[in-house]
Design a protein. Sequence first.
Length: 245
Amino acid sequence: MGKLFDLESPLFSGLNKMADLIYLNLLTFVCCIPIITIGASMTALNYVVLKMVRNEDSHLTRQFFKSFKQNFKQATIIWLIILLAIIVLAGDFYIFTYSGVTFPLWLKVAFLAVAIVGLIGIMHVFPVLARFDNTTKNIFKNSLFMGILSFPKTVLMIICWIIPFVLMLFAVKVLPVVFCLGISGPAFVCALLYNRTFKRFEPEEDGIVSDEEWTIAPIEGGEAAEEAEKPEKISHAEAEKKETE
């Protein structure tokens, strides 16, 4: 019984992590209110939850705003691109549904395929931005690559983000739980899912699997294209280490 209430016990560790996630959820929610800052806020959130999954730095506020500031410009550009894509797809869906015009089946299938590929592609966008230094184009490309490479986990990530919306619509009694964990909860579970995938992209000195063990590799343009297409090997963690030195 004494071990159960020990500060290092799994019980207290779990409660402490839960409290951190609630605080992180409220912090992210507040930072997302201006709308334009959603990209930077989600990037900072993913930066912190990955550290939590790996039991690294526990200074939540400092790490959150460090990532927020460091990635603000690129995260905002990426978020505006995603927002524009969402508006276009939502507009197309409205036209398909309410215009009264009969569209050919192939066009509807093409629309659905684009929406699915886009959803798979954005699941890793902010986690990739939080962890790796890369161009905006390669952020999207590598995110899609990771989404396809770990497709079953990507599906689970999509489900994780859908659950809070479903609960808000059909289970009003759990709204307080959604308010406390509706953003950070899915982000933390997703970090558990993509953690091992990320490790395969990270520098080998951290004990990461080398590129040769990847089962999917870019094929366009030969060896030069392969080098260009590989995800950037410089991570924010490595940048922090260089700053310390």
